[in-house]
Design a protein around this ligand. Structure first.
Ligand code: F6P
Length: 321
């Protein structure tokens, strides 16, 4: 019987984390389970920074970006001492179940706690969409929409000046934001960490577009692309003679009101995580596959690798012709 659970958000915040927190709190209270919110992720856990939550404490957060529980990338939690302290605090508060909302690193933290006997459940909350066991992570859809809006503005000025516009989007190891936003904004070239980079091919496409009368040229590169934006700018100037400008969209992509899709999956995943705990299942990673809620063993979930998105990469290329 689960009597008391705790929630934390960890790592990079993402739009929709609040919707997930709200859903966990209200679902748990609906089933007479007490809920504690842990501030600043694993760091707050170590420091015993917990607050009791009630249904009203999550009012008016559904549409807000960021995380009301605050977040951190805690180095102390990685140490033996910090980890031990985290276990002690969970015991002190008699927490029967912990829900962790975050990306890859945060999920690994939940896995480690599970290995030490904590009933931990992971909910994927990151704009990066870099957890391949789930089709989507909370915040990704909003980040792609934010990027698409910004790229629309950049296209106007790119066309007016006949310049090449290089846009760097977030994603150190996963190019999904660049790929989805690139296709959605009609990019001429999309460069992602998962694909090869061919300098000559990029320049050929830039020149080809110009020859065909395209006014703008949009190159979308993920943060972890195999070439930096500066290198790209230099190569384009040398090989095509065309002027270019770089925009690094940065943390703008991480904020903002969550899209309807992110609000929906966050609400579903939050409620689902509570039910998983109520059914006595532990060490699970919650996700969405073909629009259905799923939960997998957290260790197995983290081992799943995504195949290169060949279909989307090819689509981006064809549609840019
Ligand atoms: O994990 C989300 C993310 O926004 C990545 O896309 C990005 O590489 C990283 O976080 C940036 O981290 P920070 O906010 O710590 O600079």
């Amino acid at each position: 019987m689960i009597k008391r659970i705790a929630i934390l958000t960890s790592g990079g915040d993402s739009p929709g984390m609040n919707a997930a927190v709200r859903s966990i709190v209200r679902t748990a209270i609906h089933y007479d389970i007490e809920v504690y919110g842990i501030k600043r992720g694993y760091q707050g856990l170590i420091e015993g920074d917990l607050i009791k939550m009630d249904t009203r404490s999550v009012s008016d957060i559904l549409d807000r970006g960021g995380t009301m529980l605050l977040t951190a990338r805690s180095e102390a939690f990685m140490t033996e001492e910090g980890f031990g302290r985290a276990l002690d605090v969970l015991k002190e508060y008699s927490i029967d179940g912990l829900v962790v909302i975050g990306g890859n690193g945060s999920m690994r933290g939940a896995k480690d706690l599970s290995d030490s006997g904590v009933a931990a459940i992971g909910i994927p909350g990151t704009i990066d969409n870099d957890l391949p066991y789930t089709d989507f992570t909370i915040g990704f859809d909003t980040a792609v929409n934010t990027a698409i809006n910004a790229i629309g503005n950049l296209r106007d000025t790119s066309s007016s000046h006949g310049r090449v516009t290089i846009v760097q989007l977030m994603g150190r190891h996963c190019g999904d934001i660049a790929l989805f936003a690139g296709i959605g904004s009609g990019a001429d070239v999309i460069i992602v960490p998962e694909d090869e980079y061919d300098e000559d091919e990029v320049c050929r496409r830039v020149l080809e577009g110009k020859k065909r009368g395209k006014l703008h040229c949009l190159i979308i590169a993920a943060e972890g692309a195999p070439v930096t934006c500066e290198e790209l700018k230099t190569v384009i100037m040398e090989k095509t003679g065309m002027e270019s400008r770089i925009t690094v969209l940065g943390h703008v992509q991480r904020g903002g009101s969550p899209s309807s899709y992110d609000r929906l999956i966050a609400s579903r995943m939050g409620a689902y995580a509570v039910k998983v705990l109520m059914e006595g299942r532990k060490a699970r990673a919650v996700g969405i596959k073909n629009e259905q809620m799923i939960d997998l063993d957290i260790t197995e979930a983290l081992e799943i690798r995504r195949e290169k998105r060949l279909e989307l990469i090819e689509l981006g290329d064809i549609l840019a012709e």
